[in-house]
Design a protein around this ligand. Structure first.
Ligand code: 5GP
Ligand code: ZN
Length: 145
């Protein structure tokens, strides 16, 4: 594959027919039909977008749990933190960077903010497209509920 077929950070584009399935070296790398967050990425469901990069999107949570509550997601579909980390650690790092940038833009970085990946139903994950909750603007309790 020539370089013109690679995206801006050198990854191969998604291949049709593997949506939602793991493929060697790629993981889950295209939109999944009935995934809520894939629909937000596609613009099929509206969301208040606050930041975007070529591979990530940040938008406000519809049911905020703090004055700042933003979700940061990869544009490629991975169901949870483990599948993302094992398939594309660089993309996970991009999520962390965007979480920090959102916290700075929201004015909560200096005071402190929390990043949460609910992973699995028992931990409270309800949308199985990996997302970082970025929470700030109030004092956080520990341990979490
Ligand atoms: P989880 O429970 O999976 O960790 O987090 C899912 C989050 O998605 C919840 O905080 C929930 O409020 C948020 N959410 C669910 N549906 C929508 C939606 O349609 N739009 C937005 N912006 N957030 C949503
Ligand atoms: Zn998805």
């Amino acid at each position: 594959m020539s370089s013109q077929h690679l995206n801006d950070i050198g990854h191969e584009p998604a291949v049709e027919g593997v949506c939602g399935e793991s493929s060697p070296g790629r993981g889950y790398d295209c939109a999944v039909a009935d995934c809520l967050f894939c629909k937000i990425i596609a613009g099929d469901i509206p969301a208040e977008r606050v930041a975007e990069s070529s591979r990530t999107l940040a938008f406000r949570d519809i049911n905020p749990q703090a004055p700042t509550h933003v979700l940061v997601i990869p544009k490629d579909h991975y169901p949870d933190l483990g599948s993302l980390a094992s398939s594309d650690a660089g993309l996970l790092a991009e999520l962390a960077l965007q979480a920090q940038q959102v916290a700075e833009a929201e004015g909560v970085a200096a005071g402190g903010y929390r990043v949460v990946f609910n992973t699995g139903a028992e931990a409270g994950q309800t949308v199985f497209h990996v997302h970082a909750h970025v929470l700030g603007g109030r004092r956080m309790a520990w341990p979490p509920g």
